[in-house]
Design a protein around this ligand. Structure first.
Ligand SMILES: NC(=O)c1ccc[n+]([C@@H]2O[C@H](COP(=O)([O-])OP(=O)(O)OC[C@H]3O[C@@H](n4cnc5c(N)ncnc54)[C@H](OP(=O)(O)O)[C@@H]3O)[C@@H](O)[C@H]2O)c1
Length: 343
């Protein structure tokens, strides 16, 4: 029997890339996409993918579809607890021939230092490992980004996953992602459009403090190589060689870049394309930063002033993760032009 895969968020940047990657690499799998809106060309692009209409608040639909799936890949909203609860309930529904597998999209926002002003705009020496820092990550306060969903997963893995467990859970925790998404809906990531919006208002690229805050990044294609291997292992007997539950935590970053490097590179590109007159980054105050993103004052701190430095050790050891894509600074021009041209 071909593996049954349920994918959520298939019209999003990450979820759409996952959908495209799995449907293309494994046309023999039975893939279901839970979509709240179906793009008009979806069925012609993905004729083998079954569509179920629903939202993350349709607990019955999510639980029913998860109960019938071997692997659920949940994307789209890393903080939506009710959808996660419904998917877990479905995956744990018995009888089932083998443990259900859940791969949940989280993000390195969980280890970002933006909640304190201590390291805003300066380099934080702390680097997080998805092997040696796991106890620390799993003890982060509830106010940490994505913490409530990760906590639920960790608790469920402990109670339901031990020994001959009923479930196999993996948390996929990518850093900032760049590159053109592969899926049928949104193909742009978050950082470049949000930075460009603020640059448009200021007329200059900008930084906070010294601009030396450092973050990990991954190209969407490299991230998809981790997803593909993880799902391929997930459908195997015993979960293959991948780590699950206690060992089910995956960073995916392929490089680390300071905000100043990003700002300088973007300044040069924007000047060359006639979008700004002066390419030199300017400092902005915390007050300016907090006023940037309406209704989300902390988001500016997170995106433009925080550190989140992570090492993707587990995928390299277990899944032969070998990032191949061009670096952020080499390929950011494509993301900028896609946003400027709105294509
Ligand atoms: N992009 C990054 O660099 C990055 C890095 C790490 C973590 N993350 C996290 O990953 C998550 C997804 O990011 P993304 O960039 O892929 O977002 P995105 O492009 O906005 O995609 C969101 C997807 O989720 C679907 N969705 C959202 N709420 C839904 C609901 N209530 N019911 C049904 N579908 C719903 C959307 O469907 P519609 O098309 O119908 O709206 C869309 O398919 C976010 O929580 C983000 O914080 C992002």
């Amino acid at each position: 029997m071909s593996p049954k895969i349920l994918i959520t968020g298939g019209t999003g940047y990450i979820g759409g890339s996952v959908l495209h990657t799995l449907a293309t690499a494994h046309p023999e799998w039975s893939i279901t996409a839970l979509l709240r809106t179906e793009p008009s060309d979806f069925s012609s692009k993905y004729p083998g993918v079954r569509v179920v209409r629903g939202t993350y608040d349709d607990a019955d639909v999510l639980a029913r579809e998860a109960a019938g799936a071997d692997v659920v890949v949940h994307n789209g909203n890393s903080d939506h607890l009710p959808s996660l609860q419904a998917l877990l309930a479905g995956l744990l529904r018995q009888p089932r021939e083998k443990p259900g597998v859940l791969i949940h999209l989280s993000g390195t926002g969980i280890v970002s230092d933006f909640l304190s002003a201590t390291h805003l705009g300066i380099s934080n020496p702390k680097i997080w490992s998805d092997i040696s820092s796991l106890d620390e990550i799993r003890s982060l306060p509830d106010m940490a980004l994505h913490r409530l969903t990760e906590k639920l997963l960790h608790e469920t893995a402990k109670t339901e996953g031990e020994g001959e467990g009923k479930i196999r859970i993996a948390v996929m925790c990518p850093p900032d992602i760049y590159g053109r998404g592969l899926g049928p809906g949104k193909t742009k990531s978050a950082f470049v459009p949000m930075f460009l919006r603020e640059v448009g208002k200021l007329g200059r690229v900008f930084y906070v403090g010294e601009g030396e805050n450092r973050r990990s990044w991954v190209h969407v294609n490299d991230l998809m190589s981790v997803y593909l291997r993880l799902v391929e292992e997930g459908v195997k007997e015993g979960g293959g060689v991948a780590g699950w539950n206690e060992e089910g935590y995956y960073f995916a970053g392929s490089q680390e870049v300071s905000h100043m490097e990003v700002a300088r590179t973007m300044g040069e590109i924007l000047k060359r394309h006639g979008m700004i007159e002066n390419e030199e980054p300017i400092p902005i105050s915390l007050e300016q930063l907090d006023g940037m993103i309406e209704r989300h004052p902390m988001l500016g701190r997170y995106l433009f002033a925080s550190n989140s430095r992570t090492k993707a050790e587990r995928a390299k050891i277990l899944l032969d993760y070998n990032p191949q894509a061009a670096s952020l600074l080499e390929s950011i021009e494509d993301d900028i032009l896609a946003e400027i041209k709105k294509d």
